[in-house]
Design a protein around this ligand. Structure first.
Ligand code: HEM
Length: 140
């Protein structure tokens, strides 16, 4: 992730915090409409799952310079993902839905630069999770 990307993430973090519930709600709507095959993965999900995702996204934006702070949270996500059999191929679906939702929710604040920064920040986080999950699956 470049410094420029990090700067853009940090500068949009407060706005994202303000709109995080709206962003995740729209994200799930888009995800389930566009990729209905993902619905089954959330069959046992609790009602506060969207809140957990929203908080994770905000925590990530807020700790982009100190990703070590997220270690505990990441382990919890890996556990939840392995339990529900989340695979690498699911990540681009969430990326698409999340980016569409950010664009829709932020409106004109979401310039091409902001969109690209969030896209690469998502990919960065997704790769960390995918690798940790690969390890966890191989141990299971
Ligand atoms: C960078 C991307 C992602 C982040 C930041 C993220 C974040 C989270 C968080 C914070 C939790 C809750 C952990 C807990 O407290 O129990 C969770 C659980 C979960 N996530 Fe993700 N996730 C990501 C990608 C995905 C993808 C790609 C899928 C599948 C389409 C997915 C499906 C799920 C499911 C099914 C659960 C468990 C819900 C339940 O049964 O309670 N996540 N994720």
């Amino acid at each position: 992730m470049t410094e420029n990307t990090k700067e853009i993430i940090k500068s949009t973090a407060p706005l994202l915090k303000e709109k995080k519930d709206e962003i995740t709600e729209t994200m799930y709507k888009i995800l389930f409409e566009k990729y209905p095959e993902t619905k089954i993965l959330f069959k046992d999900a609790s009602d506060d799952q969207p809140k957990k995702l929203a908080n994770a996204i905000y925590a990530y934006a807020n700790n982009i310079d100190n990703l070590g702070n997220l270690q505990k949270g990441l382990e919890t996500m890996v556990k939840a993902h392995v339990k529900t059999n989340i695979k690498p191929e699911h990540y681009p679906m969430v990326q698409d839905a999340l980016l569409s939702s950010i664009k829709k929710t932020l409106g004109e604040v979401c310039t091409k630069d902001v969109e690209n920064a969030w896209s690469s920040a998502y990919e960065f986080l997704a790769n960390i999770l995918i690798n940790k999950e690969k390890l966890a699956y191989s141990k299971a």
